[in-house]
Each structure stands twice: as C-alpha cells, then as structure tokens.
Design a binder for this molecule. Structure first.
Ligand code: AMX
Length: 468
C-alpha cells in the first residue's frame, strides 16, 4: 500500500549509486556513432560546441565579445550620455542585431520608436501597459516572486504578437517571418520598463499613478516619452528623486544604463539564452520564447544569484563581527563551504577569470568613490572579491574561483534604494532580453530548424558498463 513517493524513495539509493558508478566508469567512453563522451552527455554538455549564436562569443580568458567588441570597446565606442564608460542599452541592441556601431542619431531614433510603441499600445488612463496585461498583472498575488510575475507578464504580451497572429492566419512565410519576429521583439523590449515598474510598484503594496492619481498601481515613477529606455526603467522603479543629496539621479540612471547594457548577452549556451532559442525553435512567438528564458534566469545557479549575493552580503554583516577583517571573512567563508553551500557570485561554467562585467561595475564604484566609500556593504563586496578567490582556490573544487557578473550589481542597486531584493533579477531580465531576442530574429532570417537532440536512456548506457 505504499504511495508513489514511498516507492520512489525505496528506489533512490540503488539507482543513485548505479548512476554515479556509470557516470564515473563511462566518463571517457564514446558511444557508437557518437563523437561525444558519456562524461559530456551527463555533465551538462559543458564546453561542447553545439549551438550557433550570431552576436556574441565567450572566451574563457577574455570574457564576452559582442561581434568581436569587448566590454571596454563597447564602453568607448557605443553612443551614450556624456559620462565616461556609459552607453545606452539601445546602442548595444543595435550592435547585437547588426554587428555595427550605431551613431547617436540612430540610437535616438530607436529610443523614440520604443517609446511610441508604449504610448500607442497602452491604455494611458490606467497604465503604460496594454489594458489586458495591466489587468492580468493586477490579478496576481503581490507576494508572488517578481520573476514569476515577470515571466507571466512577458508571456501575456503574446496576446499582441504579430508573428503568432500572422502565422495562425497563414499570412507569413519562411522568408518573411523574421520581420514579424523583429516587430514583436521591438514591442516586447519597449514594454519591459513598464512591466518591471508595475511589478515593483505592486511589491510595495501601494503606489502612485504617473499623473499623481493614486487609484492605479502603475509604477512608482513617471514614464517620459522623451527619455531613454534605461532612464524610464529607473524612473518607473521610483529610484529617482529619493531626496538623498549624496545620490545623484544621474548616477543611478547611469548604473542602470551600464548594467542593462552589459548583461544583454553571454553567447548562446547559458540557461536563459538557450531556453529562449530552444522554445523559439518551435516557432513559438518571441514573447513566449523569452518568457521561458526568464523562467531559467529565475534559477539560483543563474540569474537569481544576483539577489542571493545581496542576501549573502547582508547576512555576512550580521554573522561576522568585523566585516573589514580579512581573517574573520575567511573563517566565515570556510563555514559556508564546510556546510556544503556555495558562495554566491563566484565561479562560472565557462569563464576562467574575473568576469569583465564585474570589473566594469567595480570601475563604476571607483569613479564615484565619494558616494560609495561609507557604504559598508559595498566595501564588503569589494573586500570579498579579494578574499573569496583565495578561499575558493584553496577549497580546490570550483574551476573558476573569481567573482562573476552577479557579485557586484545587486549591492549597488541596494545602495541606491532598491530595497526589495527579490526584484533584482527582474532588472537582469530586462537586459538579458536583448541578446536572445536579437538571436531569435537571426534564427528566423536563417531559417534555423527546430532543436531536437537525441537522448539516451539508462539501459542503453548500462550496456557499455560493468553493470550490464
Ligand atoms: N561556491 C562553492 N562551490 C562552488 C562554487 C562556489 N561559488 N562554484 C563552483 N563550486 C563547486 C560546484 O558546486 C561543484 O561542486 P560539485 O562537484 O560538488 O557539484 C564544483 O565546484 C565544480 O563546479 P564548476 O565546474 O567549477 O562550476 P559549474 O560549471 O558546475 O557551475 C556555477 C557554475 C556558476 C553554477 C557555480 O560556480 C556556482 O554555483 N556559483 C555560485 C552561484 C552563482 O554565482 N551563479 C551565478 C553564475 C552567473 C550567472 O549565470 N548569472
């Protein structure tokens, strides 16, 4: 009379032991007619060149390159506000799609197009979202994780997908469907700041309307049809005019511009990009495709690490008597590792050096030292980036002991008043949309096929091992 779970529980110890034995025994074994080893099939396909990606490649030692341009190149070459090293994310999207560095006029034109999409497709009486999406978002429990709300909001925009509509009516064909994909991608990117603003406002439980009428819960700040995408995102999160004289509005906008410009793409194999590409390969529309990417970004080993890092830093402040003392920090890190937990914000599946995106975020703090010098959490983040690699290298397990992309960003948002830590990954999701969605346009241009790898089962693998 045992239940399904009890039956499974009985099976687990034997099956797990067999599986681990098989994985060890066959690590270097090639299956018939297969160039891959069993080790790579069972090891997350690490390092296998299995995908085509148009816009970016990740060099384990140099970091990400967008059409050959490093992050430093982009900081120098892409149009942005006057402030050094800052560029508009719109400029990065242009580069991702075309491989060309746009000029300022082209970037301003793109911003204008996105803002017009928002204005002309929203019911401005209630929000800067289509009325149906706004209604749906209002119906979600405000306690639901922001990333779940975000993925629901993005998939609901599929209701307005030109690609889906034309496909169902037989109006597009293989040669032209990239254009509908492109138009949907523009719609989706245009609405991301309003959607993020909506979710953030609802987290606060109360909110004000953009025109001062507080019966609606649109966003905590204004949408400005003349502002760039990142400025509107910052504003709609209510991060402007916080009244703290030390924190200049222009700096927080620049942080969001830099962050959302840098996190757009990290070649194709990471979970959010791969999920978008995989789902898109079934000709699901861009909204459904990217919604699946967001659900992957919501995993703690991927994008959620950003919020985990901030929680970890705040917890470290509580647990360690003096967080400026390297020895105390080292001991604390060892206690984490000895409890079989990971140190969030360190390590990477592909990179084998400090993440250049982390370097760029740290550079941002150095350029504004007077603002950050008295923030104990930012100082802890900086000190940990020296201590943790030493500890992780001695620990000896992880292939890359250096800080990754998520190590610095969250605590900088926190510094500027973003106080709902669960929300941090939503900002990552606004940025990450650009790379996988640019790829989706190219998937359609090239007519790439549906992805359908072959899988193998336990009984088949067993034949090649001593378990048979
Ligand atoms: N702390 C403790 N242990 C770590 C570690 C860390 N920061 N990074 C890796 N390890 C461990 C792994 O858990 C693994 O242990 P196991 O053999 O017991 O399973 C071992 O070291 C080998 O791992 P690896 O080959 O170096 O890394 P991976 O490709 O399996 O995983 C990653 C990569 C990012 C998931 C891992 O480094 C990790 O968990 N880091 C902490 C979470 C994090 O910062 N994620 C954000 C990544 C960036 C992003 O996608 N946003």
């Amino acid at each position: 009379n045992s239940t399904l779970k009890d039956t499974l529980k009985d099976l687990v110890p034997k099956r797990r032991t067999e599986f681990l034995q098989l994985r060890k025994e066959l690590a270097n074994t090639h299956l018939p007619d297969n160039d891959l080893t069993v080790g790579s099939i069972l090891g997350g396909m690490r390092g296998l060149q299995l995908m085509y990606w148009q816009s970016s490649t990740l060099d384990p030692n140099l970091g990400i390159k967008f059409h050959g341009y490093t992050i430093q190149d982009c900081q120098k070459l892409l149009p942005g506000p006057k402030n050094p090293n800052i560029f508009y994310p719109e400029a990065m999207f242009w580069l991702l799609l075309t491989g060309e560095i746009p000029n300022s006029k082209q970037v301003m034109g793109l911003t204008k197009q996105w803002n017009e999409i928002v204005i002309s497709n929203s019911n401005l009486e209630t929000s800067h979202l289509p009325a149906e999406v706004n209604k749906l978002m209002e119906s979600l429990p405000s306690t639901m994780h922001p990333m779940t709300q975000f993925a629901i909001g993005v998939s609901s925009l599929s209701h307005f997908s030109k690609f889906r509509d034309h496909y169902s009516r037989g109006l597009n064909n293989k040669l032209t469907m990239w254009e509908d994909t492109f138009d949907d991608v523009m719609t989706l990117l245009a609405f991301l700041p309003s959607l993020a603003g909506k979710i953030y406002a609802r987290l606060h439980g109360s909110s004000t309307r953009h025109k001062g009428n507080n019966k609606d819960t649109t966003s905590l700040g204004e949408f400005n049809s003349k502002a760039d995408w990142a400025k509107n995102l910052t504003s709609m999160l209510g991060l402007l005019n916080k009244g703290n004289s030390k924190n200049n509005d222009e700096d927080i906008i620049d942080l969001i511009r830099l962050y959302t410009g840098l996190h757009v793409d990290h070649e194709g194999g990471n979970v959010s990009a791969h999920a978008t590409h995989l789902v898109g390969s079934a000709l699901s529309d861009p909204m459904l495709s990217y919604s699946s990417g967001l659900l992957g970004l919501a995993g703690p080993l991927h994008g959620l690490a950003a919020q985990d890092v901030v929680k970890f830093l705040l917890e470290t402040q509580k647990q360690v008597k003096d967080s400026t003392d390297e020895k105390q920090l080292e001991d604390y890190l060892w206690s984490i590792l000895n409890n079989h937990r990971v140190i969030p914000g360190y390590g990477h599946a592909v990179l084998r050096r400090e993440d250049p995106r982390f370097t760029a975020m740290v550079q941002f703090t150095k350029e504004r030292q007077s603002q950050f010098k008295d923030d104990p959490n930012v100082n802890l983040m900086l000190l940990l980036s020296k201590v943790a690699p030493r500890v992780l290298a001695e620990y000896g397990k992880c292939k890359n002991p250096h800080p990754n992309v998520d190590s610095a960003s969250g605590i900088l948002f926190h510094h500027y008043g973003l106080n709902h830590l669960d929300f941090i990954t939503v900002i990552f999701g606004c940025s990450r949309a650009m790379g996988p969605l640019a790829q989706l346009v190219w998937d359609r241009i090239y007519g790439l096929p549906i992805e359908r790898p072959k899988s193998v089962d336990f009984n088949y693998l067993k034949k090649f091992s001593t378990l048979s």
